[in-house]
Design a protein around this ligand. Structure first.
Ligand code: ATP
Length: 374
């Protein structure tokens, strides 16, 4: 029987990006081996800060087009603080890819796993399970992706633009409501919180106005509001009460690090960046030069991003095997923590990148496939 075949563009990037991408591919392959029903054809693309240092380009010629032609892009991490453009900013071709492929929906799950560090003393912290939906093409990153968009940039003053557009914001809010609805069908709260600063900025009032407009099409999803400063407080006081939180680009950038911290650290912060016809999957953390090359990185954020990639391909292709493989990986990570078999160094444990990866693969091989097939 011919199995469905998907093209994956793989950009490992810099620092620990290389190690966590290798870990992800190994785990995805193990899940595919258990479930069958699809093939992944991976094409390696070169790019990143290291590549820039050698060649003066942040991505290899043709790599952007190859990424655009693939069914999904899998990325490790890009950027090294010591290697910068002349204006002081880091090498960040991924910002251009977000822009080029209009990857407006940055999906960042924040979930507490058993036996992983709970940064809050309240036992309800074990129930944290939310999604930060970060708009990823405009907001305050609008002029970061394309530098000459800054209206003023001279020796005396530099300005950046915070841009909110109706078409992107409508799609973003629809994405948030659809996500909350899907989560509700699986036992979630069915709630979307609009996080903004609508009391101060016109752009943010506009963001909230569109939220209200789009909410009308989703009467079975509860809508709530929060100002971003208050939301930072609520993340420390009662993060277990939230479900899907939708927000502007910079707010999402900041709150998703806080979210990652709530459930252990950046090594748990998975991420999908989804547009209408392309999607990129990468952990929300950076290249972590302080621990690179030492087998210390926690690969689980990348591995869980890989599971999100399979889920995305499953939805687009209507392929149940891909959805089962994604579920198998998520179950293996959960079960691995539950049985105290996953003890990443990031959490003070004894397991480096390779040991964590091999353990996830071991757990995958021990889960009856019938447990995850629906
Ligand atoms: P960026 O701006 O590119 O997101 P950053 O400067 O915020 O990057 P990171 O590279 O994400 O920084 O690292 C922040 C801290 O988190 C560092 O101390 C790093 O070692 C740690 N860290 C990040 N990712 C991991 C991981 N996968 N495993 C263990 N520690 C990590």
């Amino acid at each position: 029987m011919n199995e469905a075949r998907f093209e994956i563009a793989v950009l490992r990037g810099d620092g620990i990006g290389v190690d966590v991408t290798d870990a992800t591919l190994a785990v995805v392959n193990a899940a595919r081996g258990r479930v069958g029903g699809f093939q992944l054809a991976c094409q390696d693309l070169l790019g990143g800060a290291g590549y820039f240092k050698e060649t003066g380009r942040d991505m290899a010629p043709g790599a952007e087009d190859a990424a655009g032609n693939a069914d999904a892009i899998l990325m490790g991490a890009i950027g090294l603080p010591a290697i910068r453009h002349s204006d002081g900013t880091e090498i960040s071709p991924h910002l251009r890819l977000r822009e080029k492929f209009q990857l407006y929906a940055g999906v960042r799950p924040v979930r507490a796993y058993p036996n992983s560090p709970q940064r809050l003393a309240d036992p309800r912290a074990a129930d944290i399970d939310m999604i930060i939906l970060r708009e990823s093409t405009e907001g305050l990153f609008y002029s970061a992706a394309v530098h000459d968009r800054s209206p003023v940039a001279n020796d005396d003053e530099v300005q950046d633009i915070l841009r909110i557009t109706r078409p992107t914001t409508e799609k973003l809010h629809d994405f948030a409501f659809r996500l909350a609805k899907k989560r509700k069908e699986r036992g979630g709260k069915g709630m979307v919180t609009c996080v903004d600063k609508a009391n101060v900025f016109r752009s943010m009032a506009f963001f909230r106005q569109i939220f209200d407009e789009r909410a009308q099409a989703f009467p079975d999803v509860q809508k709530t509001y929060s100002y971003v400063d208050a939301q930072a407080l609520e993340f420390v006081r009662r993060p277990w009460d939230f479900d899907v939180l939708v927000m502007e680009n910079m707010f999402g950038d900041i709150l998703s690090d806080l979210g990652g911290g709530l459930v252990g650290g950046m090594g748990m912060a998975a991420c999908a960046e989804v547009g209408d016809s392309h999607a990129l999957f990468q952990p929300a953390h950076g290249s972590a030069p302080d621990i690179m090359g030492q087998d210390k990185a926690n690969p689980l954020a990348a591995i869980l991003s890989g599971a999100m990639m399979l889920d995305y391909l499953a939805d687009r292709a209507g392929n149940q095997s891909l959805a089962d493989a994604a579920q198998l990986i998520e179950t293996a990570v959960y079960d691995g923590f539950d049985a105290n078999r996953l003890r990443p160094m990031e959490f003070g444990g004894d397991m480096g990148t390779k040991a964590v990866t091999n353990t996830v693969i071991d757990v995958i091989s021990s889960i009856p496939v019938s447990d995850v097939t629906s």
